[in-house]
Write a protein that binds this ligand. Structure first.
Ligand code: FAQ
Length: 318
């Protein structure tokens, strides 16, 4: 490494260690830039693919109020995707490139969105559990070292908090409803519990990116730390709803003050990540179709931009 590069790297790491944000025009090591592009674009893809399992239920929501809530939530997720694609663009990658990687299956997105939403209770379970897990993972990202990512996360977390609450409220209504409604809530809980624990990523021992991401203060907590936090937070919430946690090994450890839980099916996790989950193919097909069918909007926006540019040039000449 050249002396100037060592100095630049030292200066960069000093900024990180002193909690000074890195901004798009600042020097940064290539590996830092690449890891941010990887994480931010995967995060953006998760948001827009994450719209699909819930969008399936908009037309079937049981009341106008629930329909409005669900519509607003799904729209928020589209917005989160946009902020995150913009944040990724500040690192020198185009939106076309990131989307191409999603459509070709090269880019990952969260495993959780490859599970089907079978009943209305799934809308409660997704909001309560999936958004609950997302908040735990994302609040620390508001302090990520890269400015555009951290700032995008502030607004995203505020909206996720509303998403989590509406999910819990929906579950509460079902859990306090008729025996059939309670059974529906329990069934959704049973199906979403384990996939939600997988959202936090592989065990720390198998998490290849954590060490570097923590040194760069992109990640503040490891996958296992956040997963444990989620279990500790969610078990009392489930108890309040009168639902049973689908894990016979779950028990509270008085000494550590934490819940111990059963083994996650890591084979299932990696299978879903590799593209073989229940809905992987369907999700990507829908995204590709939406992209192709939206080509006319992008063409119209480009043509309008060109027209405006020409008009401005003509004004300058005359
Ligand atoms: N699914 O070394 P690590 C949401 C991959 S947004 C698929 O531990 P890292 C909002 C990982 O990419 C949910 N792949 O990786 C919403 C890596 O592969 P690579 C998304 C996974 O980055 C709610 C490999 O495994 N949230 O829910 C998963 O240090 C409701 C090794 O893993 C974010 O993206 C997984 N679950 O830690 C929307 C938050 N886990 O890239 C709609 C930002 C790991 O080396 C409805 N991201 N992999 O080929 C992060 O915090 C991190 O990237 C982690 C993974 C924690 C996800």
């Amino acid at each position: 490494m050249e002396t100037t590069e060592i100095n630049l790297e030292q200066h960069f790491q000093n900024k990180i260690d002193n909690e000074i944000r890195i901004e798009p025009k600042d020097w940064m090591p290539e590996a830092y830039r690449k890891t941010l592009i990887r994480q931010i674009s995967q995060h953006a893809h998760s948001e827009i693919v994450g719209m699909l399992p819930e969008a399936n239920w908009i037309t079937r929501a049981p009341s106008l109020k629930r329909k409005k809530i669900l519509l607003a939530k799904v729209q928020d997720e589209g917005g989160h995707g946009l902020y995150l694609y913009c944040a990724a663009e500040t690192l020198g990658v185009t939106r076309d490139e990131t989307l191409r990687d999603l459509h070709s299956g090269k880019a990952k997105y969260s495993s959780i969105f490859n599970y089907p939403t079978l009943t209305w209770a799934d809308m409660g379970a997704v909001g309560w559990l999936v958004d609950g897990a997302a908040i735990l993972n994302q609040v620390p990202l508001c302090r990520a070292s890269y400015g555009p990512y951290a700032r995008a996360m502030v607004r995203i977390c505020k909206e996720e908090s509303f998403h989590q609450r509406q999910g819990y409220e929906l579950m509460m209504k079902l859990a306090q409803g008729s025996p059939e409604q309670k059974e529906m809530a329990q069934d959704a809980f049973n199906r979403w519990w384990w996939p939600t624990l997988m959202m936090f990523g592989p065990r720390d021992a198998e998490s290849g990116n954590t060490e570097a991401s923590m040194n760069w203060r992109i990640k503040r907590f490891s996958n296992d730390e956040l997963r444990q936090r989620f279990v500790d937070m969610t078990v009392p919430q489930a108890e309040y709803l009168g639902l049973t946690i689908p894990d016979p090994e779950l028990k509270f450890n008085e000494e550590t003050g934490h819940y111990e839980f059963g083994e996650i099916d890591w084979e299932e996790f990696w299978n879903v990540v590799k593209g073989n989950g229940m809905c992987n193919k369907e999700r990507i097909d829908v995204r590709r179709t939406a992209f192709d069918e939206g080509a006319w909007v992008r063409d119209a926006a480009t043509a309008y931009h060109e027209k405006r540019k020409q008009k401005e040039q003509q004004k300058k000449i005359s």
